[in-house]
Each structure stands twice: as structure tokens, then as C-alpha cells.
Design a protein around this ligand. Structure first.
Ligand code: NAD
Length: 499
């Protein structure tokens, strides 16, 4: 068992009241680590350290190329331990080892790489725009925003954590990061790499602890300039309220109820596989999970029959085994929530065609069968609320317009996918989805060059890509220079200067 400390102002420390919490492996139910439960005073100390570091210019004042070099060195350190980080992620989250190492730890590495390069690329020089007639020079300079609070969820801790760390750092900000209480281990390991790097003390701080204590202070403290919250809608609303008191810049990355639309000309076996891959990846614990499969009436019955049979063959089991396709859910409480939704689906009259229970053969671990509901009406709660587990809702539609209307009839707007061999037709429909991210003939694509985020109640703002990076983590400063030096060159000369 590992006993972790927090990382504040370049120092490792316990909580000031000595309290800790257990981190549990969801497959074995064993305690794998303890982490400090920070107090309000600890959290304020981290915020103040970030403020001091930022205002001193030790990071914000560096030449962008130097910041890029330091982040590239951090990347090299990350690469040395990427396999171990993947294994630890699997133990802490319950994600299958293949997914945790090859997808999660690898994606996090790619994000760090992207931001290390972007750090140099986007701030090399101010951006001259045009020269106005009267010897005026207007231009834009982008400054770091300041102290950034980064509040991270439990479902993809390394990918979310590295993104939440590298983006603000690359733009010259100071950071206080709070991982989720359930899955803090990998980002605590990343702090060891930060500590061994040339990032000056105070620029990066990581505080472990509860949402109501640590998270609320990070969202509300007057010394914080910006809060990026990734998590549930319920907590996101609270964070926005707290941030409003001091008019903080806020980015909200919230939940989803995404649609996978299978048009009537798609290959049915591809559709079945794609719906399963989309929904059961990481046991459905992904914000944009396409948990609504919209299937044309001409292929609906066959689709339901095939997906019910195939989902029943998904290998649920020990995350440490390389042939496991789905591990346990992250916690006992979360499994109970997903089970509550399965009961709701049955009460609402949806047809349970696969799963719905706990798989046989496990006396430990928070396992749940991958579950498929057919005959789901889009008005049902299981089609409207984010379940965040391995529960797929299959919904029948009659025309492309009908599919579009059903997909858009949602409080969320994070992602939508359209499948058809007729790419033009799929794009035409995809572009009409009210979502932040559209996939055509694929799911789980995450281009580093594209901004990511949600419409409607899925969030505010976009992260990643040059757009997301610059807009979310820099402050635009408009500067206007009049190149004339004499009184007569003032444009207001005739108006206010008496002869
Ligand atoms: P959550 O909202 O419960 O917690 C998210 C973070 O907020 C955690 O660190 C938690 O400790 C903290 N928190 C809890 N209460 C708080 C409070 N009162 N004030 C401030 N912070 C508080 O979410 P979760 O269960 O950890 O994660 C699952 C949710 O995250 C899902 O809704 C999922 O869709 C969403 N998510 C969104 C994205 C995205 O990019 N849009 C990515 C991943 C996850």
C-alpha cells in the first residue's frame, strides 16, 4: 500500500489535521493507497503558493521557448514511466490493462507532447493585425490568465489530469489541481515527475480531498482567476455559482447522453460492433459515451437480436488480464446508481434484452453485466439522464429527419455520431446535430488538434486544439499604439487643442 502526500509549493505534505482517505482497487476491494484529506487551510496555502509563483514571473515571465523546453523534459520523464502509470491506472480505476496502458496512459502522453510543443508555438510573438491610416498600430497580445483551478473527475484520471495540467502550464499559468477522491493515484505519481523537473516551486500544486472542502474553495477563492471543472452537471452548476461571486473565467466540461445514429444503408454487423464499442468502452464511464443507439426501423429487429447475443459474450473480468474487455465499475456506490437506472428502465417499460445483473463468479469487485435495453422511447429517464455506466438504450426511428430530431431532443450536447457508407449523407446529418463534437463512421476519436467541449448542458467552452488552448488559458490584451510623436499628429488635435 502506498501512502501518498500532497504537493504544495514544491513540498510534499500531509493534511494539516492528519486525516487521510483510502483508495480502493474496484476489482479486489483492497486498499491500495492512502491520500491526505486536505483541510481548507491546506487548500488556501496551495492557492496562495500558486498566486505568489504566478505574480513573481518565475513561470509566467519565462520565454515561451524555455517553458516548452521544460515541458518537453517533463514529457521525457513521463515516457520513462508510462507503462507503470498505465498499470496503476488500471488498478485504481478498474479499467482493463490494455485500455489503461495503450489508450489512457498513451493519450495522456500525447496530450503532454502536444502542449509542450504548443507552449513555444503560440506565444512567440504578438499578432499584428493591420495598420490603420492614422499611423496607428493595433495588435493583440495573449497573456496567461493567472491562477487556474483544475477540478478533475474520476473516470479517466490520467488523461483528464495531464490535460488539465499541461494546457494551463503551456500558456504560462500557475495551477492548483484537484483529482477525484476515488482515483488520485496516477496524478500523484505525475507530481513526482513535476518535482524532479525544472518547473519552479508553487507553479504546480496538487491538493487531494473532498469536493465540498477543496473543490468549493478552488471554485470560489478570490486569488483564483480561472476554474476549469470537469465532472457532473449537478456539481458543475454549484461550481459556476461559486465562481460567479468573483466573476471567474470558467470552463465547464460536463455530462452527455450521446447518440450513435445508424442510417438505413449501414452494414448491420458493423453497426452492432460500433454500438457496443461506443457504449461499453471503459464500462460506459466516459462523458461522451454514445449510450443511445438510434437504429432505422428496417433493420431494428435484427439489430436488437444481434446486439443482445453479442453483448452477452463481452469478457467481463479481472482488469489485470490482457484479454479482459470490461472491468468493474469504479465504486460500490456508483454501481448502485447504475443498478437504480436499470430498475428504472424496467419500470418505464423498456425491454431488457441483455445483462441487467451482476455477473456470476465474482465474490469481490464491483462488476456489472453490460446491459442493453430495446424499445426505448426517448422520453424515458434512461434515455434522458446520464447513467455513466454500461447501459445501452436502443431507439427505433423512421427517417433521417426523425433520427436527427431524436438525437437533438436532449438536454445534453456533447457528441453525436452518424454511420453510413454514404459519407456525404452522414456528414449532412452530422453537421445538423446540436453537439460540440461529431464523428462520422467512428467513435472515440480524439484529435489533439481539435477543440473539445459541449453545447447545451454539456458545458461551456472548448479545451484542446489551438482554439481551445488559446481561448481557455490566455487572456486577450488589445494594444493600440499611435506611432505619431508630435502634437499635430494627434487625431483629436483639431477638436480639443485651442490655437
Ligand atoms: P463529480 O461532479 O462528482 O466530481 C468531479 C470533481 O468535482 C471531483 O474532483 C469531485 O471531488 C469534485 N467535487 C465534488 N463536489 C464538489 C463541490 N461541491 N465543489 C467543487 N468540486 C466538487 O463527477 P465525477 O463523478 O467525478 O465524474 C463523472 C462526471 O464527469 C460525469 O458526469 C461525466 O460526464 C463528467 N465528465 C465530463 C467530461 C467532459 O470533458 N465533458 C470528461 C469526463 C467526465
Amino acid at each position: 500500500m502506498t501512502e501518498y502526500q500532497m504537493y504544495i509549493d514544491g513540498q510534499w505534505c500531509d493534511s494539516s489535521d492528519g486525516r487521510t482517505s483510502h483508495v480502493i482497487n474496484p476489482a479486489t476491494e483492497e486498499v491500495i493507497a492512502t491520500v491526505p484529506m486536505a483541510t481548507a487551510a491546506d487548500t488556501v496555502r496551495a492557492i496562495e503558493a500558486a498566486r505568489r509563483a504566478h505574480d513573481s514571473g518565475v513561470w509566467s515571465g519565462l520565454d515561451p521557448a524555455q517553458r516548452s523546453k521544460i515541458l518537453s523534459d517533463l514529457l521525457a520523464k513521463y515516457q520513462e514511466v508510462v507503462a507503470e502509470l498505465g498499470e496503476l491506472e488500471s488498478q485504481n480505476l478498474g479499467a482493463p490493462i490494455a485500455l489503461a496502458t495503450m489508450v489512457f496512459a498513451g493519450t495522456a502522453q500525447n496530450r503532454l507532447d502536444w502542449f509542450a510543443k504548443a507552449a513555444a508555438r503560440s506565444f512567440e510573438q504578438p499578432m499584428p493585425m493591420f495598420r490603420a491610416p492614422a499611423a496607428a498600430l493595433p495588435y493583440i497580445k495573449r497573456d496567461p490568465i493567472g491562477v487556474c483551478s483544475q477540478i478533475v473527475p474520476w473516470n479517466a484520471p490520467l488523461v483528464q489530469g495531464i490535460g488539465s495540467l499541461a494546457a494551463p502550464l503551456a500558456a504560462g499559468n500557475a495551477v492548483v489541481i484537484k483529482p477525484a477522491t476515488l482515483t488520485p493515484c496516477t496524478m500523484l505519481e505525475v507530481m513526482k515527475l513535476v518535482d524532479a523537473s525544472d518547473i519552479p516551486p508553487g507553479v504546480v500544486n496538487l491538493v487531494t480531498g473532498s469536493g465540498p472542502v477543496v473543490g468549493e474553495l478552488l471554485a470560489s477563492h478570490p486569488l483564483v482567476d480561472k476554474v476549469t471543472f470537469t465532472g457532473s452537471n449537478e456539481v458543475g452548476k454549484r461550481v459556476l455559482h461559486l465562481a460567479a461571486d468573483t466573476i471567474k473565467n470558467a470552463t465547464m466540461e460536463l455530462g452527455g447522453k450521446s447518440a450513435n445514429i445508424f442510417l438505413d444503408d449501414v452494414d448491420i454487423d458493423l453497426a452492432v460492433d460500433a454500438a457496443m464499442w461506443g457504449c461499453f468502452f471503459n464500462a460506459g464511464q466516459i462523458c461522451y459515451t454514445p449510450s443511445r443507439a438510434l437504429v432505422h426501423e428496417s433493420m431494428y429487429d435484427e439489430f436488437v437480436e444481434k446486439i443482445a447475443a453479442k453483448t452477452g459474450r463481452i469478457r467481463v473480468g479481472d482488469p489485470a488480464a490482457f484479454d479482459t474487455q470490461m472491468g468493474p465499475l469504479v465504486s460500490e456506490a456508483h454501481r448502485a446508481t447504475v443498478e437504480k437506472y436499470i430498475a428504472i428502465g424496467q419500470q418505464e417499460g423498456a425491454r431488457l434484452v441483455c445483462g441487467g445483473g451482476r455477473p456470476a463468479g465474482f465474490d469481490k469487485g464491483w462488476y456489472l453485466e453490460p446491459t442493453v435495453f430495446a424499445d426505448v422511447d426517448n422520453s424515458m429517464r434512461i434515455a434522458r439522464e446520464e447513467i455513466f455506466g454500461p447501459v445501452l438504450c436502443v431507439i427505433k426511428y423512421s427517417s433521417d429527419e426523425d433520427a436527427l430530431a431524436i438525437a437533438n431532443d436532449s438536454d445534453f450536447g456533447l457528441m453525436g455520431a452518424v454511420w453510413s457508407p454514404n459519407v456525404e449523407r452522414a456528414i449532412d446529418l452530422g453537421e445538423k446535430l446540436r453537439v460540440g463534437n461529431v464523428w462520422i463512421n467512428e467513435t472515440h476519436l480524439m484529435s489533439l488538434d481539435l477543440p473539445y467541449g459541449g453545447c447545451k448542458q454539456s458545458g461551456i467552452g472548448r479545451e484542446r486544439g489551438l482554439d481551445g488552448f488559446m481561448n481557455e488559458y490566455t487572456e486577450v490584451k488589445s494594444i493600440q499604439v499611435d506611432l505619431g510623436h508630435t502634437r499635430a499628429q494627434r487625431y483629436w488635435y483639431d477638436l480639443v487643442v485651442p490655437e
